[in-house]
Design a protein around this ligand. Structure first.
Ligand code: AIR
Ligand code: ASP
Length: 277
């Protein structure tokens, strides 16, 4: 998503909140609409409400589809991973889930980077280096992309990041440490349910506590932002199913949620989820 601190410089939008009965309940300020999520002003200063849409995009928006129930699943899955990270002492923006599609989060200054951790070759790395998908890497590799859809989120070296002032050397050291801890946690949790964590992307934001800056995990962690393969069969259970037209994306995400025990009771195969506010 575009950094909220940039998005806020633009126009101010207000969104009417419509209940199941069609009544307009309240107006709240739209902070920013991204490809898969919307940020609204939160109930207290320093908070946002993050709404998960059903929209799936790939190729930085070139391919687009609405996948019934994806937002509900990603809201739950991101809650699951973020609260798990917090339990082991890794700070995140997540405060609490509000309803089927929304969660309350801390407002952060987003660092305009995609932080990617890879355990096995896949995606852009496999392509760039001519590696076979699934090749185990000698060790986890952390890389950075500059967040800009128009440019296709180009990979950038640390030198660029520091020269352009997106993050300091200290920030980058902290980010790499944090990303590797997230990798250990996520790899372990997924291995426990028979899934291999091939790679993932996180975003990091800065918050200020008593005038001291602190970096915390932001955005989302979900099958939209990870590559997840069944350990036994190699079946893909992440957004590559959509990117590569491999079948039903909602079936894949439902399977991940089912294995982790976070399947919302009213989201099942072939059942349209109902939005409860
Ligand atoms: N990712 C990168 N930009 C957006 C996303 N979701 C994630 C992909 C994949 C990892 O980052 O979902 O898990 C690496 O992507 P790629 O395309 O560089 O191989
Ligand atoms: N290029 C990214 C992806 O394929 C982002 C997107 O288009 O949503 O995941």
């Amino acid at each position: 998503m575009t950094p909220p601190h940039l998005a806020r410089k633009g126009r101010t939008f207000y969104e009417a909140q419509v209940t199941a009965t069609g009544a307009i309940m309240a107006r709240r300020k739209l902070i920013y609409e991204g490809k898969a999520k919307i940020l609204y002003e939160g109930p207290e200063p320093g908070t946002f409400v993050q709404y998960f849409k059903d929209d799936a995009t790939a190729g930085n928006g070139e391919k687009k589809e609405v996948i019934d129930g994806k937002g509900v699943l990603n809201n739950r899955l991101s809650e699951f991973f973020m609260t798990g990270l917090q339990r082991i002492g890794i700070p995140t923006h997540f405060i609490k889930r509000l309803n089927m599609r929304e969660q309350l989060i801390r407002q952060v200054e987003i660092i305009p980077l995609e932080i990617i951790v890879r355990n096995f070759a896949a995606g852009s790395m496999a392509k760039r280096l001519g590696l076979e998908e699934g090749l185990q890497l000698p060790r986890p590799i952390v890389e950075f992309s500059y967040k800009d859809d128009k440019l296709g989120d180009p990979m950038v070296p640390e030198e660029y990041i520091m020269a352009f002032g997106w993050a300091t050397q200290q920030d980058l050291d902290d980010i790499v440490t944090m990303a590797l801890r997230v990798n250990d946690y996520m790899s372990g949790v997924m291995a426990g349910v028979g899934i291999k964590l091939v790679d993932f992307k996180i975003e990091v934001g800065r918050v200020w506590e008593n005038d001291y800056p602190r970096l915390i995990i932001a955005d989302e962690i979900s099958p939209d932002s990870c590559r997840l393969w069944d350990i036994e069969t190699g079946q893909k259970l992440d957004k590559d199913v959509f990117r590569q037209d491999l079948g039903s994306l909602s079936d894949a995400y439902t399977e991940v949620a089912r294995r982790l025990g976070v399947l919302p009771s009213n989201v099942t195969h072939h059942t349209k989820p109902t939005l409860i506010n």
